[in-house]
Design a protein around this ligand. Structure first.
Ligand SMILES: [Zn+2]
Length: 174
């Protein structure tokens, strides 16, 4: 199955669990494949649970399956966008996807709102989730019919937000 595998954060702790996310109720006997699979250490599993919006199944894993924070995403980009909006972007920003005609307009408004709230310059790309949301907005504006790059940026933003790194991240390039 074609998918995108991302190392969505760095963590050297031992992997304990793989979370398979299904778009419909999972029925392994029927051979339904997950839409998303993420491998976690115990700590990141606990932190990520509130963000799980798909039907998920947790199963024991080991380092041979991947590192903590490796995600295999088999969804199409538009499905992924909507899941990001429903799962965390609307809540984080108070901006509703339904109020904007296009993804580019929604992401741009969302980026501006978060920059204003945190006192950031929208022209500066920071290392936190807001910076990656800004990159996503720029990508969606420049290439509205190509979603692969934007989808990957949003994955990075989501994990930074999960880790509490909304406005900035500690390791910054000068
Ligand atoms: Zn971890």
């Amino acid at each position: 199955m074609h998918g995108t595998t991302r190392a969505i954060h760095r963590c050297d702790a031992d992997v304990t669990t793989a979370v398979d996310g299904f778009t419909d109720a999972p029925d392994p006997a029927a051979g339904i494949s997950p839409a998303v699979t993420v491998t976690y250490c115990a700590d990141h599993l606990a932190r990520s649970r509130p963000w799980h919006r798909l039907h998920t199944v947790e199963r024991a894993s080991d380092p041979a399956e991947g590192r903590c924070g490796w995600a295999s995403d088999f969804r199409g980009p538009r499905t992924g966008y909507q899941d990001h909006a429903d799962g965390w972007l609307n809540d984080l920003s108070g901006i509703d996807r339904a109020d904007h005609a296009t993804w580019a307009a929604y992401l741009t408004a969302l980026h501006r709102e978060l920059c204003a709230r945190y006192g950031l310059d929208p022209a500066q790309i920071g290392g936190g989730a807001i910076g990656w949301i800004g990159l996503t907005a720029a990508e969606a504006t420049a290439m509205p019919d190509h979603h692969e790059g934007a989808a990957i940026f949003l994955v990075d933003a989501e994990i930074l937000a999960i880790m509490g790194l909304v406005e900035d991240a500690p390791e910054q390039c000068c």
